[in-house]
Design a protein around this ligand. Structure first.
Ligand code: FMN
Length: 170
Protein backbone atom coordinates (compact mmCIF):
# COMPACT_ATOMS: atom_id res chain seq x y z
CA UNK A 1 0.00 0.00 0.00
CA UNK A 2 0.98 3.59 -0.57
CA UNK A 3 0.69 5.27 2.84
CA UNK A 4 0.78 9.06 3.29
CA UNK A 5 1.45 10.41 6.77
CA UNK A 6 0.43 14.00 7.43
CA UNK A 7 2.43 15.20 10.44
CA UNK A 8 0.84 18.32 11.93
CA UNK A 9 3.61 19.06 14.42
CA UNK A 10 5.66 22.19 13.75
CA UNK A 11 8.64 20.61 15.52
CA UNK A 12 10.38 17.26 15.33
CA UNK A 13 9.75 15.76 18.76
CA UNK A 14 6.93 13.64 20.21
CA UNK A 15 4.65 13.29 17.19
CA UNK A 16 7.66 12.66 14.97
CA UNK A 17 8.76 9.76 17.22
CA UNK A 18 5.33 8.22 16.74
CA UNK A 19 5.49 8.83 12.99
CA UNK A 20 8.97 7.29 12.81
CA UNK A 21 7.77 4.15 14.61
CA UNK A 22 4.81 3.94 12.24
CA UNK A 23 7.09 4.23 9.20
CA UNK A 24 9.38 1.48 10.54
CA UNK A 25 6.44 -0.89 11.00
CA UNK A 26 4.85 -0.03 7.67
CA UNK A 27 8.10 -0.49 5.76
CA UNK A 28 8.77 -3.79 7.54
CA UNK A 29 5.43 -4.99 6.19
CA UNK A 30 6.40 -3.92 2.65
CA UNK A 31 4.34 -0.75 2.44
CA UNK A 32 5.57 2.51 0.96
CA UNK A 33 5.26 5.23 3.61
CA UNK A 34 5.85 8.93 2.92
CA UNK A 35 5.76 11.62 5.62
CA UNK A 36 4.51 15.10 4.79
CA UNK A 37 5.61 17.68 7.38
CA UNK A 38 2.43 19.69 7.30
CA UNK A 39 3.23 21.46 10.58
CA UNK A 40 6.25 23.10 8.99
CA UNK A 41 4.44 24.02 5.78
CA UNK A 42 2.71 27.20 4.77
CA UNK A 43 -0.87 26.06 4.21
CA UNK A 44 -3.56 28.67 4.77
CA UNK A 45 -7.23 28.10 5.48
CA UNK A 46 -9.87 27.54 2.80
CA UNK A 47 -11.29 30.86 1.57
CA UNK A 48 -14.66 29.32 0.68
CA UNK A 49 -14.48 31.17 -2.64
CA UNK A 50 -15.63 28.13 -4.67
CA UNK A 51 -13.03 28.85 -7.37
CA UNK A 52 -12.05 25.15 -7.23
CA UNK A 53 -15.62 24.05 -7.96
CA UNK A 54 -16.15 26.57 -10.76
CA UNK A 55 -13.39 28.02 -12.95
CA UNK A 56 -10.59 26.19 -11.16
CA UNK A 57 -11.67 22.66 -12.11
CA UNK A 58 -10.49 21.14 -8.84
CA UNK A 59 -7.50 23.43 -8.34
CA UNK A 60 -7.32 25.79 -5.37
CA UNK A 61 -6.91 29.51 -6.01
CA UNK A 62 -4.45 29.83 -3.10
CA UNK A 63 -0.88 29.24 -4.17
CA UNK A 64 0.84 27.85 -1.12
CA UNK A 65 2.26 24.53 0.10
CA UNK A 66 -1.03 22.67 -0.41
CA UNK A 67 0.39 21.48 -3.70
CA UNK A 68 3.10 19.57 -1.80
CA UNK A 69 0.53 17.44 0.02
CA UNK A 70 -1.88 16.86 -2.87
CA UNK A 71 -0.22 13.50 -3.69
CA UNK A 72 -1.45 12.31 -0.26
CA UNK A 73 -5.02 13.19 -1.18
CA UNK A 74 -4.85 12.03 -4.79
CA UNK A 75 -2.71 8.89 -4.72
CA UNK A 76 -2.43 7.36 -1.23
CA UNK A 77 -4.25 4.13 -0.37
CA UNK A 78 -4.06 5.06 3.30
CA UNK A 79 -3.71 8.39 5.10
CA UNK A 80 -2.35 8.72 8.62
CA UNK A 81 -3.13 11.96 10.44
CA UNK A 82 -0.51 12.54 13.14
CA UNK A 83 -0.62 15.61 15.35
CA UNK A 84 0.04 17.01 18.78
CA UNK A 85 -3.03 18.21 20.63
CA UNK A 86 -3.14 22.01 20.75
CA UNK A 87 -6.05 23.27 22.83
CA UNK A 88 -8.05 20.04 22.50
CA UNK A 89 -7.76 19.68 18.74
CA UNK A 90 -5.11 19.01 16.11
CA UNK A 91 -2.73 21.86 15.22
CA UNK A 92 -3.98 24.77 13.12
CA UNK A 93 -1.61 23.71 10.35
CA UNK A 94 -3.23 20.26 10.29
CA UNK A 95 -6.75 21.68 10.40
CA UNK A 96 -5.95 23.88 7.38
CA UNK A 97 -4.55 20.87 5.51
CA UNK A 98 -7.67 18.83 6.34
CA UNK A 99 -10.08 21.54 5.23
CA UNK A 100 -8.23 22.39 2.01
CA UNK A 101 -9.14 18.92 0.65
CA UNK A 102 -12.37 20.74 -0.25
CA UNK A 103 -10.99 21.45 -3.74
CA UNK A 104 -11.34 17.74 -4.59
CA UNK A 105 -14.12 17.00 -2.08
CA UNK A 106 -12.42 14.13 -0.25
CA UNK A 107 -9.32 11.94 -0.59
CA UNK A 108 -9.53 10.32 -4.02
CA UNK A 109 -8.16 6.82 -3.42
CA UNK A 110 -7.71 6.20 0.28
CA UNK A 111 -9.68 3.32 1.73
CA UNK A 112 -8.04 3.33 5.19
CA UNK A 113 -6.96 5.94 7.69
CA UNK A 114 -5.40 6.15 11.12
CA UNK A 115 -4.92 8.82 13.75
CA UNK A 116 -1.82 9.31 15.93
CA UNK A 117 -2.15 11.92 18.67
CA UNK A 118 0.42 13.22 21.11
CA UNK A 119 -0.38 15.39 24.12
CA UNK A 120 0.90 16.65 27.44
CA UNK A 121 -2.06 15.40 29.50
CA UNK A 122 -4.35 12.38 29.30
CA UNK A 123 -8.04 12.66 28.40
CA UNK A 124 -7.74 15.52 25.90
CA UNK A 125 -8.55 13.66 22.70
CA UNK A 126 -12.36 13.72 22.40
CA UNK A 127 -12.53 16.67 19.97
CA UNK A 128 -9.83 15.40 17.62
CA UNK A 129 -11.19 11.84 17.63
CA UNK A 130 -14.80 12.94 17.01
CA UNK A 131 -13.70 15.11 14.08
CA UNK A 132 -11.53 12.34 12.62
CA UNK A 133 -14.29 9.72 12.87
CA UNK A 134 -16.92 12.01 11.37
CA UNK A 135 -14.62 13.03 8.52
CA UNK A 136 -13.76 9.40 7.71
CA UNK A 137 -17.43 8.36 7.84
CA UNK A 138 -18.26 11.21 5.46
CA UNK A 139 -15.41 10.25 3.12
CA UNK A 140 -16.24 6.52 3.28
CA UNK A 141 -12.77 5.67 4.62
CA UNK A 142 -12.27 2.84 7.12
CA UNK A 143 -10.73 3.82 10.44
CA UNK A 144 -7.89 1.31 10.84
CA UNK A 145 -6.73 2.59 14.23
CA UNK A 146 -6.37 5.45 16.68
CA UNK A 147 -3.31 5.63 18.95
CA UNK A 148 -2.73 8.30 21.59
CA UNK A 149 0.26 9.05 23.78
CA UNK A 150 0.61 11.58 26.57
CA UNK A 151 3.44 12.79 28.76
CA UNK A 152 6.27 10.30 29.17
CA UNK A 153 4.35 7.78 27.09
CA UNK A 154 5.12 9.83 23.97
CA UNK A 155 8.58 8.40 23.61
CA UNK A 156 8.24 5.21 25.68
CA UNK A 157 9.50 2.05 24.02
CA UNK A 158 6.17 0.35 24.83
CA UNK A 159 4.18 3.01 22.94
CA UNK A 160 6.55 3.03 19.97
CA UNK A 161 6.40 -0.78 19.82
CA UNK A 162 2.58 -0.62 19.85
CA UNK A 163 2.69 1.80 16.89
CA UNK A 164 5.24 -0.36 15.01
CA UNK A 165 3.08 -3.45 15.50
CA UNK A 166 -0.05 -1.60 14.40
CA UNK A 167 1.67 -0.45 11.19
CA UNK A 168 3.03 -3.94 10.54
CA UNK A 169 -0.46 -5.40 10.85
CA UNK A 170 -1.91 -3.25 8.07
C1 FMN B 1 0.13 25.73 21.72
C2 FMN B 1 0.11 24.44 22.48
C3 FMN B 1 -1.11 23.98 22.96
C4 FMN B 1 -1.16 22.76 23.65
N1 FMN B 1 -2.37 22.33 24.11
C5 FMN B 1 -2.44 21.17 24.79
C6 FMN B 1 -3.70 20.68 25.27
O1 FMN B 1 -4.76 21.30 25.08
N2 FMN B 1 -3.71 19.52 25.96
C7 FMN B 1 -2.56 18.81 26.20
O2 FMN B 1 -2.63 17.76 26.83
N3 FMN B 1 -1.37 19.21 25.71
C8 FMN B 1 -1.28 20.37 25.02
N4 FMN B 1 -0.06 20.81 24.54
C9 FMN B 1 1.13 19.93 24.69
C10 FMN B 1 1.42 19.12 23.44
O3 FMN B 1 0.26 18.49 22.91
C11 FMN B 1 2.44 18.01 23.73
O4 FMN B 1 3.62 18.55 24.29
C12 FMN B 1 2.78 17.21 22.49
O5 FMN B 1 3.37 15.99 22.86
C13 FMN B 1 3.74 17.97 21.56
O6 FMN B 1 4.03 17.20 20.43
P1 FMN B 1 5.29 17.56 19.48
O7 FMN B 1 6.54 17.27 20.29
O8 FMN B 1 5.16 16.67 18.29
O9 FMN B 1 5.16 19.00 19.14
C14 FMN B 1 0.03 22.01 23.85
C15 FMN B 1 1.25 22.49 23.37
C16 FMN B 1 1.31 23.69 22.69
C17 FMN B 1 2.64 24.21 22.17
Amino acid sequence: MKIAILNGSPRKQNTSSMVQAFIEGAEAAGHEAVEYQVGKMNIGGCLGCEYCHTKGEGKCIRKDDLEQIMPAYLEADMIVFASPIYYFTMTAQMEAAIQRVYCIGKPAKATKAALLLSSGSPGVYDGAIAQFKAYMAYAGIEVAGIITANGADNKSEAKLAEIREFAKSL
